[in-house]
Design a protein around this ligand. Sequence first.
Ligand SMILES: [Zn+2]
Ligand SMILES: [Zn+2]
Length: 277
Amino acid sequence: MNDQDDFSIKFWGVRGSIACSGPKTVRYGGNTSCLEVRCGDRIIILDAGSGIRYLGNELITKGPLDVDIFLTHTHFDHICGMPFFTPFFVPQSKFRISAGHLLPEHNVEFVLSEMMMAPLFPVPMAIFNADIAFQDFMSGDTLDLGDGITLRTAPLNHPNRATGYRIEYQGRSICYITDTEHTLDAPDENVAGLIRGADIVIYDGTYTDEEFPNHITWGHSTWQEGLRMCEANDVKKYVLFHHDPERDDDQLDEIGRQLEELRPGTVVAREGMVLNP
Ligand SMILES: [Zn+2]
Ligand SMILES: [Zn+2]
């Protein structure tokens, strides 16, 4: 049992685009996006990349669950762990899976069921025994999750769209801004509005500023842009996230060194890391 005022975030997957394994990525981790947020006794999972499998293996030892899962979007690296999330097989558990980028053309239940459909996948979503509800909202909506938890959202600049999140609890805040591309002429006002004054901002730093011109329209940002945005918007702690699968541990160490010099206290996300806002 957590204390009512416990507010924490644990990183189960920090890698972008595709999971990667091997000795060069073992220290920061190779699993794709998945975060576990605790607000008192409430559990909120952000994204269901390959990291969610490990989170599931831990949660399944805790008995029946009541959990909210919010997806930034449904690109494969953010949902590929879902079929392997063992708590979905526990009949007494309840889940609410939500996304804000699909309306009006699609809905999250349909898109996830398409992923788990032959011949792409051997078993359909109906194989899950837990009580799973699906909910679509519009990026930009503010959601009241009860128990004093407010979820603010904003649209991100990404192919097929994505949603940025700000979780507010007990007067503190965690923002999750991944899979977003900035422009070179002006800061993204949607992102700025969401992260202003936040305690923790987790940001898509897939590229460096030097690499960025070769990846325009790919839908990702740079570690330097994350730094500029956090500086300009009074963010307390900046967490670099969605590491390029080509970025090895030594390169991430070097980026971390530069960030520590430029903005002490900044961290490069790694699997297993826990932060308290
Ligand atoms: Zn991604
Ligand atoms: Zn994406």
